[in-house]
Ligand binder design. Structure first.
Ligand code: BG6
Length: 489
């Protein structure tokens, strides 16, 4: 598994993702000896740059993400740059020539990864050119890594998929969902399927509801143009949140192969209750942030952000109740919420177990607490199990105790760590933690019904203050079922 041989072409090599995540992740793989001498990277972007300039920007980005490093020059010497016009065949022909030379010179065995990390409107045509202009014609493997968004709705996703499928087979396509690179997201299946005490309870007989929150304190920053046409529903829910739902809800796979795991996830998507028409307002809540305070600093409302329409109808928050109509989950709501400019940056899952039949133990202030299993995805990584136990010294009073396992300290937040794993997976040819087309398609079909309704009516925006946990309606969504959002701090 060590020391991969590969040529990676990064389209969008001067962009933010390349600098913040991809270069530092490649450096880590280099540092750990997972890629050594036989790898090369061609940075591809529009602006003219010399190899030296490009290598300097690679070094700078590693230093700013990871601090000063020893062997940076050696690492950067594997990087080449090619200025490129994504619509022009001549550009691709020049790129092919460069790639072939580098390949021969470094004995890369014709293994090629094409990484699309740029404006999504070009994804389809780049894939078509890669094939037409001969870049995919290699004797090793060829793989396409494609960043989100994968389409804007089902129809555009289909169109994009057809374009890339003319050049790459499904097995060769690695659709990134960077949440699947997160350590604790990958841990969900282990927690579920490697413990005798969870799996027997993991169903509608013992679980009352599941809550998934992914909150951010950041606003829309410089991404107004993209975000205006996306909103929280497409930006976070269609992909990251639905992937977490699938991992929590899927049946145990027969084995841990990519095929078996994806098959089970797809079955979850197939079981989703379609929410459409008037039901959308019963099951889903949207929000948009107004002014407020984050970390004691005043921040503007969404409508005042750069590149945002001052009457924007785009949601920056979404909460919903997802029902999985199958034998295991019938009747168990999965509540999900995500938004920008919320109180805290946190991703957590709370699994709430059903109340026991009666309470024998006296608790002066409240009812016996339900058992909770909390999976902390970020910033802390770990799990906490909430139990009831005897209060020390008391007669037989129960109190809540917490058993915690914490990964904290292994990695700080915003490390390139997730991308490092995903890149390594791709080099090894393991597509398990990438999304299969069927998952994408079902999840768009689900989300499209919601946006259809929201696009037709104006939201009552802004409806939550920056720095809060979202609009009141998001709390009411649970209250009407007799639940509440468990605090996530
Ligand atoms: C991205 C979204 O997919 O995920 C961003 O486009 C969002 O809007 C980001 O900020 C959140 O990722 P993370 O890893 O910081 O939780």
């Amino acid at each position: 598994e060590q020391n991969m041989t590969t040529l990676i072409m990064i389209f969008g090599a001067t962009g933010d993702l390349a600098k913040r995540k991809l270069f530092p992740s490649l450096y880590r793989l280099f540092e750990r000896g997972r890629i050594a001498n036989r790898f090369a990277v061609i940075g591809v972007a529009r602006r003219p740059l010399s190899n030296d300039q490009f290598q300097q920007s690679v070094k700078d980005s590693v230093t700013s993400a990871l601090g000063a490093k020893q062997n940076l020059d050696q690492f950067a010497s594997h990087f080449y740059y090619q200025s490129h016009d994504v619509t022009d065949s001549n550009s691709y022909i020049a790129l092919k020539k460069l790639a072939d030379e580098i390949d021969t010179h470094n004995h890369l065995e014709g293994n090629r990864i094409f990484y699309l990390a740029m404006a999504p409107e070009f994804f389809g045509s780049i894939a078509l050119h890669l094939k037409a202009d001969g870049l995919t014609n290699v004797k090793g493997y060829k793989r396409l890594v494609i960043e989100k968004p994968f389409g804007h709705d089902l129809e555009s996703a289909k169109e994009l998929n057809e374009q890339i499928r003319t050049a790459f087979s499904e097995e060769e396509i690695y659709r990134i969902d960077h949440y699947l690179g997160k350590e604790m997201v990958r841990n969900i299946e282990v927690i579920r399927f490697a413990n005798a005490i969870f799996e027997p309870l993991w169903n509608n007989r013992y679980i009352s509801n599941i809550q998934i929150t992914s909150s951010e304190t950041l606003g829309v920053e410089e991404r107004g143009r993209y975000y205006e046409s996306s909103g929280a529903l497409r930006d976070m829910l269609q992909n990251h949140m639905m992937q977490i739902v699938a991992l929590l809800a899927m049946e145990p796979p027969i084995s841990l192969t990519t095929k078996e795991i994806r098959l089970e996830k797809v079955r979850v998507f197939r079981s989703l209750r379609t929410i459409k028409g008037e039901a959308v307002n019963d099951y889903f809540v949207r929000g948009q942030y107004g002014e407020g305070e984050i970390d004691q600093k005043k921040v503007p409302k969404y409508r005042d952000e750069p590149m945002v329409n001052n009457e924007s109808n785009t949601e920056t928050f979404v909460a919903g109740k997802v029902m999985i109509d199958n034998f295991r989950w019938a009747g168990v709501p999965f509540y999900i919420r995500t938004g920008k400019r919320m109180e805290t940056k946190s991703t957590k899952i709370v699994i709430q177990f059903k109340d026991i039949p009666m309470n024998l133990y006296y608790r002066p202030e409240k009812e016996l607490s339900p058992n909770l299993l909390v999976i902390h995805i970020q910033p802390e990584e770990g799990i906490t199990l909430h139990l009831n136990a005897k209060k020390a010294g008391s007669h037989l009073d129960a109190q809540e105790v917490k058993l915690s396992f914490s990964n904290t300290g292994t990695y700080a937040m915003n490390t390139p760590e997730g991308y490092e794993k995903l890149l390594f997976d791709c080099m090894r040819g393991d597509a398990t933690n990438f999304t299969h087309w069927d998952e994408v398609a079902y999840s768009w079909a689900f989300v499209d019904e919601i946006s259809k309704v929201w696009d037709q009516t104006k939201g009552d925006f802004p409806n939550y203050d920056a720095g809060t946990m979202g609009p009141k309606a998001a709390d009411e969504l649970l209250e009407k079922d007799g639940f509440f959002w468990w605090p996530i701090n």
